[in-house]
Unconditional design. Structure first.
Length: 302
């Protein structure tokens, strides 16, 4: 059985998004409930199965954050942090609150990806899941938005290129929302010079859903042209649509690309029980995503 790393730190639950009677959809219960479930099933905690390994996240530093983000954005986050308190949230935009622990959580969310990559490349684990918050795929170079402070997956891409000399990286973003921040950052290949990046985002039709970007004819520019792929779903499409897309589009493209490593921007808000998303996926979809792409990974490694 392969070893799986689970990256988690309690700081992720201290990023506060709730204010008064307002219930924010990106809340600390997302990680707390997940950790409880993992612990119940012996996948985390002191009685965890030996194949599941807890990885402590490092904290990304500002020089690393600047691989992707402007210094002005970092200052804006610091300013919002300064204006927040235990009883008052500051906001980067209408959806993206900042509380006293937000910056620490965001730096360890980015750093958690670095820790996961180090663990995989050192052979400690075969694959890793970073159970972090705040999320990241809507943040672009100069703007925190859509619940996201820094773009965790974009920083992970840079970390692979800069510290592991990886030349071919594939990313699959399967959130119900488009990975518009990631697409924006890598639109023309800036930052991946000397390497090749394949970025695939499947999401609900942007004509009907946030962020209203990332249509099927948005394919990148420059050296990245044709390596950005947007797949859009109609609301209510269900498991069969994702399964068809996996078999006919995603798996063949990744196989042809032959990446050295595959990253996921793993959003589960396309699930039928999510109060905002409308794609009506079940657990079967997420199983199929990992299982089918895992099979590609095995073929590529051989």
């Amino acid at each position: 059985m392969k070893k799986v790393g689970i990256v988690y730190d309690d700081i992720y639950s201290k990023h506060e998004t709730q204010s008064g009677f307002y219930s924010h959809p990106e809340c600390k219960e997302r990680v707390l409930v997940t950790i409880d479930k993992l612990t119940q099933h012996n996948l985390f905690g002191k009685n965890a199965d030996e194949h599941f390994i807890h990885i402590n996240p490092v904290e990304a530093d500002y020089n690393q954050i600047k691989w992707v983000h402007s210094e002005e954005l970092i200052k804006d986050v610091e300013k919002a942090l300064h204006n927040s308190s235990d009883h008052y949230l500051s906001y980067m935009d209408g959806d993206t609150p900042v509380s006293p622990y937000t910056l620490s959580a965001a730096l360890k969310a980015a750093g958690g990806n670095f820790s996961a990559i180090d663990a995989v490349f050192s052979g400690v684990v075969d694959r890793a899941f970073v159970l972090c918050r705040p999320p990241g795929h809507h943040a672009n170079r100069g703007r925190s938005r859509g619940f996201c402070i820094f773009n965790n997956i974009a920083l992970a891409i840079h970390y692979l290129i800069r510290t592991k000399n990886v030349k071919r990286i594939a990313v699959y973003d399967f959130d119900v929302h488009a990975g518009n921040g990631t697409e924006d950052i890598f639109w023309n290949g800036t930052g991946v010079e000397g390497s090749e990046l394949l970025f695939i985002s499947s999401h609900q039709d942007p004509r009907t859903f946030y962020p209203g970007e990332c249509f099927i004819d948005d394919i990148g520019d420059g050296k990245q042209k044709g390596k950005i792929i947007n797949i859009t779903f109609a609301a209510g499409c269900g498991d069969k649509s994702e399964n068809l897309v996996l078999d006919k589009i995603i798996v063949p493209i990744i196989r042809e690309f032959k990446p050295e490593i595959i990253l996921f921007s793993a959003g589960f808000d396309a699930h039928k029980d999510d109060p905002i998303g409308g794609l009506a996926f079940t657990e079967k979809t997420y199983y199929n995503i990992i299982k089918k792409i895992e099979l590609i990974s095995g073929i590529l490694q051989r």
